[in-house]
Design a protein around this ligand. Sequence first.
Ligand SMILES: CCCCC/C=C\C/C=C\CCCCCCCC(=O)SCCNC(=O)CCNC(=O)[C@H](O)C(C)(C)COP(=O)(O)OP(=O)(O)OC[C@H]1O[C@@H](n2cnc3c(N)ncnc32)[C@H](O)[C@@H]1OP(=O)(O)O
Ligand SMILES: CCCCCCCC/C=C\CCCCCCCC(=O)OC[C@@H](O)COP(=O)(O)O
Length: 273
Amino acid sequence: MELSVAQWLLVVCLVAFPLLYEWSVSFKYFCKMAFYNGWILTLAILAIPICAVRGRNVENMKVLQFMLLHIKYLYGIKIEVRGWENFNIKEPYVVVSNHQSSLDLLGMMEILPSRCVPIAKRELMYAGTAGLACWLAGVIFINRKKTDDAISVMTEAAETMLKEDVRVWVFPEGTRNHSGSLLPFKRGAFHLAVKAQVPVIPVVMSSYKDFYCKKERKFTTGKCTVRILPGVHTKGLSSDDVPELADRVRGMMLEAFSQMSSERPGKGPGGVH
Ligand SMILES: CCCCC/C=C\C/C=C\CCCCCCCC(=O)SCCNC(=O)CCNC(=O)[C@H](O)C(C)(C)COP(=O)(O)OP(=O)(O)OC[C@H]1O[C@@H](n2cnc3c(N)ncnc32)[C@H](O)[C@@H]1OP(=O)(O)O
Ligand SMILES: CCCCCCCC/C=C\CCCCCCCC(=O)OC[C@@H](O)COP(=O)(O)O
């Protein structure tokens, strides 16, 4: 039996793909990232009609959360959560967390409180099906290039939080940061909490360095610890107190982040061995 050129090409691809996948760390990284984004875009196709029944509604975030929770198993990422009790607050609050990569979505979905929506850059709204799913789930989009616009969206969010009993999740670094520390914090999240007079709850995700590194094109299986820290109250604070509040919360998060980094496998006593 003779094979056509197309059939030969298919055979070569079928043989080459698994070999390349196993031999090349970079190829594996690109495949895993491409599948991550592609799978989310595909899941969004399923989520859109379900969410559309309610229209734009924060309750739709539960649908996205439910549909995204399995991804950690596909990628062999174990997520350990500490400090659940710090979410036991009935009133609205602002969650602030570090932002290493788009993989943060996994840690976020693991602990996302009910009626909690993230603040995201406006560009995400145009990310095809994922953007539409985010819009339907009430994600708050801000234009980072127009500070005044972003501030007015966040001011409106402070009113919505109280009127509609909504919690908000902000990445105060304002961009992804995989440097092994925390960038200086933008102050929007803290103005938001002070305006609404609600607590700030810091969340720290441990470094992904052991299993993920964009620079080295490394993406293996691994473990991430997510720590929910005690809430910081803002009752009685005014906008003058925002810089001190932001510094204090960043200090708490940096301390937790450093502590968790020293607990990494093989990194000294008390670590996970
Ligand atoms: C099943 C299928 C699923 C498919 C869907 C897939 C996924 C789904 C689900 C959910 C996923 C969503 C995940 C989204 C993650 C996205 C993460 C991001 O996009 S991170 C980037 C965007 N976020 C941020 O930028 C937040 C942090 N930024 C800020 O808070 C900023 O402060 C700012 C408001 C944007 C303004 O920033 P800018 O750089 O322009 O300036 P400054 O921060 O220096 O502030 C200038 C000045 O203004 C004062 N300020 C800031 N905010 C306020 C305010 N609200 N009120 C009053 N004043 C404010 C600030 O204090 C500065 O003044 P001063 O220097 O005097 O202190
Ligand atoms: C038809 C259009 C097709 C568009 C394809 C877009 C591909 C995107 C696919 C899936 C979306 C995955 C959703 C992941 C959500 C995580 C968002 C994220 O982490 O955004 C980064 C943002 O916080 C900061 O951005 P920068 O670090 O400043 O940059």
